[in-house]
Design a protein around this ligand. Structure first.
Ligand code: MG
Length: 369
């Protein structure tokens, strides 16, 4: 299996590389982050034909080991356009959108971990996938679970999708207790070890809002019939209720390796022993008042047009400000709310989406970084 991996040094990238190693798949190409030590290790170990580095000056570090070196965001597009069996898009944030489009145009099937691609431009991405006859396989564990529950089913028989949420770092805190929480507090996720951006998005519950939008696009289910639900054990990865009152759930270890492996094999099961401890399971409703970002995301998804792009961009910039100590935790949701409020909706082209994404991010950052 020839694999191109975007986001090789991130958390999903690292797990993907472990699987590529364990299963002897071929890493044809990989994009690398700012950690040059880790990047060099990857290049020496996997010997990819193609890599993409952040800056022109990084080329010198790798030139003795790789023939083809792409650079920067245009380099990501070039790498995504190389023919492969499957491309893993494990980039974090809006930078992942254009490479998703490039991969689709090159007719590369995608294992999609970059949820922002679908949040920002779900209609355009899914239309293009249909037009090019390319498959998008979800890597997000909730969507992998739904996909597995829908195996052998007719999507028309879906009554409701239940997307489970662990609740993030502050699930047991009241709103008034969030006023002075620190970056370290927010990064302390009870169940999952993930990248910084998504860990903050879990604490605000924006991540679950993004996942509702993602599920809407992947499975063609209306927003009214997608319900996020709190499940603190993170064992049930999601559930599907069918129109005959039967319900399926997918239970799996708290690990991203299973969804990555299932996506890489395009829905075929391969033997993999990762252990599994079944425990008592709890479910409860999520309050929009306690987690307003979830409400903003679902509302933006329902409105469609440019709103989900604005939601994503405002959140991405606000999370960056928070991680850099420039704003407080609760400012994130306020910034997202204000940006959505001032937006006049319209039906965007891909160019509009890319432009508005930059405009909103620049406005929110406002020279503060
Ligand atoms: Mg998820």
């Amino acid at each position: 299996m020839n694999i191109i991996l975007l986001g090789g040094t991130g958390s999903i990238g690292t797990l993907s590389l472990e699987l590529i190693d364990e299963f002897n798949y071929n890493l044809l190409g990989v994009s690398l982050g700012t950690d040059t030590c880790k990047s060099l290790e990857i290049v020496k170990k996997f010997k990819p034909e193609y890599i993409c580095v952040r800056k022109e000056e990084d080329k010198a570090i790798f030139k003795d080991y790789v023939k083809n070196i792409f650079v920067g965001n245009t380099g990501l597009d070039e790498l995504a356009s190389i023919k492969c069996d499957i491309l893993i898009n494990a980039l974090s944030g809006s930078v992942g959108l254009k490479p998703t489009i490039s991969a689709l145009k090159a007719k590369n099937d995608i294992a999609l971990a970059n949820k922002e691609s679908l949040v920002m431009a779900g209609d355009i991405v899914m239309d293009l996938a249909r037009k090019e006859n390319v498959k998008i396989y979800p890597v997000d564990s909730e969507h992998s679970a739904i996909w597995q529950c829908l195996n052998g089913e007719d999507n028309k028989t879906i009554k409701k999708l239940y997307i489970t949420a662990s609740g993030g770092a502050f699930r047991d805190k009241k709103r008034e207790e969030l006023v002075d929480v620190t970056v370290t507090d927010a990064l302390n996720h009870p169940n999952w070890k993930m990248g910084k951006k998504i860990t903050i998005d879990s604490a605000t519950m924006m991540n679950k809002g993004f996942e509702v939008i993602e599920a809407h696009h992947l499975f063609g289910v209306s927003y009214e019939n997608i319900k996020p639900i709190m499940h603190k054990e993170s064992i049930v990865h999601s559930l599907v209720l069918f129109n005959d009152s039967n319900m399926k759930a997918l239970l799996a270890p708290i690990s991203m390796k299973e969804p990555i492996l299932y996506a890489l094999n395009k829905g075929s099961r391969v033997k993999y022993d990762n252990g599994f401890n079944l425990t008592t399971l709890h479910f409860k409703n999520i309050s929009f008042k306690r987690f307003p970002c979830l409400k903003y995301a679902i509302e933006a998804g329902k409105k469609g047009g440019i709103m989900p792009t604005v939601l994503q961009a405002a959140n991405e910039a606000a999370v960056e400000l928070f991680l850099n100590g420039k704003i407080k935790f609760l400012d994130i949701e306020e910034i997202v709310y204000q940006e959505l409020k001032k937006t006049k909706n319209f039906k965007p082209s891909l160019e509009d989406i890319i432009r508005v994404n930059e405009e909103v991010k620049n406005r929110v950052i406002g020279g503060r970084l």
